[in-house]
Design a protein around this ligand. Structure first.
Ligand code: AHM
Ligand code: MG
Length: 333
């Protein structure tokens, strides 16, 4: 059987005029970095990479050793290729400029190097999320302002999930495509063309321990799901919560569902729990490209004009009919 690699897929996208040579290089470099992160994640205790790094990130969260390692791998891999104008990472406070001895390109790369890192030490799936924007014309080094573009401007987005297998899930604006890492060969093989989120679902994902802090529309929506067959929805719903956004969204992309981290009284002061630029925007682009929907409960995530690099927002995404319903409850109120 002929196997299509990520490289071949990207070359074909380039030939079809969907990606430029530089964007192809960028995505190949990200995929190479993801392979290195996958190796480190899978060695676990054998490589002494588990546990705390002993430092805090810009958000004041304790960093795990693997947060720091994954961040370093992505920064170093992407500095020298000449395809980037600058980078921004969930783990780094300010814009990461390309060292001046390397050429600069026209793209901006943003990433959450290791999402769900509270799950590392218990050997549960974690992931890397990334987003690609164009550097706005204007000359000079990119500033924070250069990155503050709505998610609709993303030219590519994706994530890697480090689970029983490592998968890279990618969109360049032409559907969602997934690749599975062949560890012996060291290459990503095209295994899931044009992934779609089924419109209907009977599965939801939310951290239900926050229930007492939720707003009314979320309480109403989740309450109706929990009433099951005898309630207004007339059927039973199942709940899953991995607490790794990548793993939860991957399940939604694979078999449908709704994923929610809504605004609540606990996270209201910060604007939400999840990060707009590193988590919400890339996942929203993937979900919309797969036929699903992504809102904050009140507006489309991809339409939000960011106000700062590390901005947090509420996230509701997945099967369209469910996202539309709970968004409708918010807009009624
Ligand atoms: P992180 O980027 O610091 O790992 O935080 C984001 C994670 C998401 O992956 C996940 O959906 C959420 O935080 C879990 O939150 P909670 O611990 O409230 O369940
Ligand atoms: Mg994260």
């Amino acid at each position: 059987m002929r196997r299509v690699t990520l490289t071949q897929f990207l070359i074909e996208q380039q030939r079809a005029g969907r990606v430029s040579a530089d964007l192809r290089l960028l995505l190949e470099v990200v995929a190479r970095a993801v392979k290195a992160i996958s190796v480190n994640v899978s060695k676990g205790a054998l490589a002494g990479v588990l546990g705390e790094a002993g430092t805090d990130n810009v958000q004041g969260e304790a960093q795990k050793k693997l947060d720091v390692i994954a961040n370093e791998i992505l920064l170093l891999a992407n500095e020298w290729g000449g395809h980037l104008a600058a980078m921004a990472s969930e783990e780094v406070e300010t814009v990461h400029q390309i060292p001046f001895d390397y050429p600069k390109g026209g793209y901006l790369l943003l990433f959450d190097p290791l999402d769900g890192s509270s799950n590392i030490d218990v050997n549960i799936s974690v992931g890397t999320i990334f987003s690609v924007l164009r550097n706005p014309p204007g000359g000079g080094d990119p500033t924070e302002q250069s990155f503050l573009q709505p998610g609709r401007e993303q030219v590519a987005a994706g994530y890697a999930v480090y689970g029983p297998s490592t998968q890279l899930v990618l969109t360049v604006g032409n559907g969602v495509h997934a690749f599975t890492l062949d560890r012996e060969m060291g290459s990503f093989i095209y295994t899931h063309p044009f992934m779609t989120v089924p419109e209907e679902t009977q599965e939801f994902a939310i951290n239900a321990s926050n229930a007492r802090h939720w707003e009314e529309p979320v309480k109403r929506y989740i309450g109706e799901l929990q009433e099951g067959k005898g309630g207004p929805r007339g059927r039973d719903f199942n709940m899953r919560w991995v607490a790794s956004m990548v793993a939860d969204v991957h399940r939604v992309l694979t078999r449908g569902g709704i994923f929610m981290y809504p605004i609540d009284e606990k996270c209201r002061a910060q604007g939400g729990k999840l990060r707009l630029m590193y988590e919400a925007n890339p996942m929203a682009m993937l979900i919309e490209q797969a036929g699903g929907a992504a809102t904050t409960g009140r507006e489309h995530i991809l339409d939000i004009i960011p106000s700062k690099l590390h901005q947090r927002i509420p996230v509701i995404l997945g099967s369209k009919s469910e996202v539309d319903r709970v968004t409708g409850y918010h807009l009624e109120g």
